[in-house]
Design a protein around this ligand. Structure first.
Ligand code: SF4
Length: 227
């Protein structure tokens, strides 16, 4: 496995926010979001065996772990690692961009699927109808993953602007996400989208989602790694 960093901190977002959590960040990602705050994970890292990862987690003494990236599903033996951690009694969170099929993810793992909005992947050369273009729809999400979602899973949308918000709330409604997973998370980019503005939109539309603020950035700012 290729590991970028491991650290013990508090989970900054989602339904486990505020809990002590052992993070393993894997190297490499298969997409490039404009707002990415972990570009250092695209290439940097060191090889580690499953045994080494498990040994590190065990020495933390914390039974909540988060496998993240980059895109952790690029590690071929991640499903085996997750199976092993479930067997050891961990609550296992998998943060994934949902582009790679999730069929090999063990049932007990909490999938936190980050559905990419048009704003995340928009490039200067993008056509005006990028949100509905074949290229965007094909590249940003593996739609069969929706059928694999379980009631304990979470779906997250990182929102850049009003257009992203409208795109996300329609996606949530179209796929009945609020009824299918434990939480639909709306996360405003920081800096970039004022949370108060997002709440005003959610209030207006009665959106069945949770405002998701990244508390690690509130505590340590946006530039610090490994926290
Ligand atoms: S999926 Fe995550 S790690 Fe990959 S580019 Fe987007 S924000 Fe960065």
């Amino acid at each position: 496995m290729r590991v970028n960093e491991k650290f013990l901190s508090v989970q900054g977002e989602g339904l486990d926010a505020g809990r002590l959590c052992a993070f393993v960040r894997f190297t490499a990602c298969n997409i490039r979001c404009g707002y990415c705050d972990t570009e250092y994970a695209f290439y940097e890292g060191a090889d580690a065996s499953q045994d080494e990862v498990v040994a590190w987690l065990e020495q933390t003494g914390v039974r909540l772990c988060c496998l993240t990236g980059g895109e952790p599903m690029l590690q071929p033996d991640l499903p085996e690692l997750m199976e092993r951690l479930l067997g050891l009694g961990y609550r296992v969170l998998l943060e994934t961009n949902g582009v790679i099929p999730l069929g090999r993810v063990p049932e007990g793992v909490v999938r936190i699927v980050d559905v990419k909005t048009p704003g995340a992947l928009r490039r200067p050369e993008s056509p005006p109808d990028f949100a509905t273009s074949r290229r965007f729809l094909k590249s940003h999400f593996h739609y069969p993953n929706l059928a694999l979602l379980r009631p304990h899973d979470e779906v997250k949308f990182v929102l850049c602007d009003r257009a992203d918000y409208d795109w996300a709330r329609h996606f949530v409604a179209e796929h009945g996400l609020a009824e299918r997973v434990q939480a639909v998370l709306f996360s405003p980019i920081h800096p970039g989208l004022d949370p108060a503005e997002l709440v005003a939109w959610m209030r207006e539309d009665r959106v069945p989602a949770r405002l998701n603020l990244q508390i690690h950035k509130v505590i340590w700012g946006t530039e610090v790694h490994g926290v």
